[in-house]
Design a protein around this ligand. Structure first.
Ligand SMILES: [Zn+2]
Length: 188
């Protein structure tokens, strides 16, 4: 997909392998479960099964966002869609607001790494993961959580993971399996 859209600019010329390496490094060192790191990695690799990606792969015909009908790319669902934007606003992470939409999530991530200084990247990753889960919940079950609920869950989750990890490092135990236990509540 990236190759096809090269002419649109951005990271199409991503011969910049050191920039990519830097991106992966920034993801792997996040203080969160590997589940969330993998999610962010997939989002940046542009391989999340968004409706747009599924339509491109001829898996389905509908390429639109379930919430607003715009083309559901990774950047749309995780950043540009109003639902995502509301969630980021609610997060209080002091993220920049940009007027134009983005081609894919890697554009957003790169731009943020440059523009947004001092943000909690672990919370960022966890919230993005929450937005994606919320989208799945809505797509498959017609339910979704409010931005406020989603954000408070993500912060609680981040906090619990960090607490668990620092206790673990003190006692040299295996990290608790938080990732498999945390489930979004049934209703928002
Ligand atoms: Zn949308």
């Amino acid at each position: 997909m990236l190759t096809e859209e090269k002419e649109k600019g951005g990271h199409g010329e991503c011969s910049d392998s050191s920039r990519m390496a830097e991106t992966w490094k920034s993801i792997w060192k996040l203080e969160c479960t590997s589940k969330i790191k993998h999610f962010l990695w997939r989002a940046c690799k542009n391989i999340l099964p968004t409706n747009y990606c599924l339509a491109k792969r001829k898996v389905s015909k509908w390429e639109g966002c379930a919430w607003c009908g715009e083309k559901e790319t990774s950047s749309h669902v995780l950043w540009d869609c109003r639902i995502a934007a509301d969630t980021w606003r609610e997060s209080g992470l002091k993220l920049p607001v940009w007027k134009n939409s983005h081609r894919d999530f890697l554009d957003v991530y790169w731009r943020l790494r440059e523009d947004a200084k001092g943000i909690d990247w672990t919370a960022f990753a966890t919230i993005a993961w929450g937005i994606w889960n919320n989208r799945n919940l809505y797509k498959h079950e017609g339910k979704c959580k409010s931005a406020r609920v989603l954000v408070s869950e993500a912060f609680r989750y981040t906090e619990e993971y960090r607490k668990g990890n620092s206790i673990t490092s003190l006692f040299s135990r295996k990290p608790p399996e938080l990732s498999s236990q945390w489930r979004p509540p049934d209703s928002g």
